[in-house]
Write a protein that binds this ligand. Structure first.
Ligand code: PHE
Length: 454
């Protein structure tokens, strides 16, 4: 019986829980590690404006589309397509998501492991009195070490599995409701510290005063690609989470709130980082090493730097954890529902397999540095490239086409307006899902695989 099935299915218990879990998924290393450094590399404010446009016109409709698919079907990423479009190849979109989950979590767990190591470095005050060069060497030393980052990665993956195996309500939602307020509190403290530093104005100007001459076509594409990754789109995370949202909740509002929360935290991360970077006269375009090399440098010069440095690396780890659980859940939800394996076993085995895939990602910075795969990329970059440039955009493309063209306007309307709420911007959403999102994603995808060259 349908109602029995619904009752048995685990799900989010409260509105706050939904927002915490979904925003927790979206807010991650993408916001705090990647967004600041790509903003730095692409000239600051002008890049941010383009990013905001991408979030509103492409990110939002794809997120709402994923919620609609998941809640309509009450199933995992693969099962949803099987249920809504039986006998068609649409379920392959879900499969791409599961593969993307394996690839992304494999390298995500490695970077999250570095964050754990940096919490220890911060506690033991190991950057005190070091030169910029020494701080840089400590980072290279860590990531190229054959076993240390692997141990951290295993610890991080064990934490992830521990939360996921406890269930949706008693694991994911429970921890998100604890960790997300913690994250918000830490980032606000760091922001206040950063903007009260003498000389912080230059950093704020860099973030908020646009100079469009610094923006390249490549920068525009980076912004769109990052909007996708940052909002956890294109691999069924939000399909899976959407299937746990109660029917009485307003999906459109939820999608807007999660999108705004993710964007706000990315901006707050920028505000925590750039004023400090400029106040100490350091180059903003440091790339991936920005938070692991530039920031420890800043913290050791800043009054109270010990405390703020420690808070910062706890922040990074918390953000990574609430994202990694959502990635693992994509796999676990499928295995539990469609392969009839219990949740504990599914979570442990999936986390184990992903950790094993992650080990060569970690070693790619050290002993396996000479092993080149796709286009001369090492193992880490190859997984990142396939997931970010192929699987996520293709997934997002198919998801928006599915909701815009296949699912049917009545079904979409019925799902979004559950409980009779009127959504005035529904036609606008449909327009975005049918035309704007697929076209824009197709352009990014073709550029990403080198067919179009910008
Ligand atoms: N959105 C997460 C971040 O910004 C990463 C992520 C990608 C999570 C895809 C789930 C799915 O770090």
């Amino acid at each position: 019986m349908e109602s029995n099935n619904l009752q048995k299915r685990d799900g989010f218990g409260s509105k706050l829980g939904i927002i915490a879990a979904a925003a927790g998924s979206a807010i991650g290393l993408g916001n705090i590690w990647k967004f600041p450094y790509i903003t730095g590399e692409n000239g600051g404010a002008a890049f941010i404006i383009v990013y905001l446009i991408c979030i509103a016109l492409i990110g939002f409709p794809v997120m709402l589309s994923e919620f609609i698919i998941g809640r309509r079907a009450q199933k995992n990423a693969i099962g949803s397509f099987k249920k809504l479009a039986p006998g068609t190849p649409w379920f392959l979109t879900g499969w791409m998501g599961v593969v993307a989950a394996f690839f992304i979590l494999a390298f995500y767990g490695v970077v999250a492991g570095w964050c754990l190591d940096y919490i220890v470095k911060a506690i033991t005050n190991s950057f005190a009195g070091q030169t910029t060069e020494q701080i840089g060497n400590a980072f290279t030393g860590l990531i190229s070490n054959p076993w240390q980052p692997v141990i951290w990665q295993i610890i991080f993956m064990a934490l992830t599995a521990f939360i996921v195996l406890a269930g949706v309500k008693d694991g994911i939602e429970k921890y998100a409701k604890i960790l997300m307020p913690l994250l918000l509190g830490i980032i606000i403290i760091l922001d206040i510290r950063a903007i009260t530093l003498p000389g912080s104005g230059a950093g704020l100007a860099f973030l908020f005063k646009p100079d469009f001459s610094k923006l390249s076509a490549q920068g525009v594409l980076t912004a769109l690609g990052h909007a996708f990754f940052s909002l956890s789109l294109g691999m069924g995370t939000m399909i899976t989470y959407g299937s746990y949202i109660q029917k009485k909740e307003n999906l459109a509002d939820t999608a807007i709130q999660v999108t705004i929360a993710d964007t706000l935290i990315a901006l707050l991360a920028g505000v925590a980082i750039f004023p400090a970077v400029f106040a100490f006269g350091i180059e903003p375009g440091a790339g991936p090493g920005l938070v692991f090399v530039t920031l420890p440098n800043v913290f050791q010069q800043m009054p109270g730097g010990y405390f703020f440095g420690l808070l910062f690396f706890i922040l990074l780890t918390v953000a990574a954890l609430t994202s990694s659980i959502s990635i693992l859940e994509v796999v676990v939800a499928y295995v539990v529902e469609d392969m009839n394996i219990n949740r504990k076993k599914a979570a442990v085995v999936a986390a184990l397999l992903i950790t094993i895939l992650g080990i060569p990602c970690s070693l790619a910075m050290g002993p396996m540095a000479n092993i080149k795969l796709l286009g001369g990329r090492n193992f880490f970059d190859t997984l990142d490239y396939i997931a970010s440039n192929w699987l996520l955009p293709l997934g997002g493309l198919f998801i928006s086409i599915f909701v815009g063209w296949i699912l049917g306007k009545e079904n979409v309307e019925d799902e979004v307006t559950c409980g009779g709420v009127k959504i005035s911007y529904l036609p606008f959403f449909m327009f975005l899902a049918r035309f704007i999102a697929p076209i824009a994603i197709a352009i990014v995808f073709l550029n990403g695989i080198g067919v179009l060259k910008f």
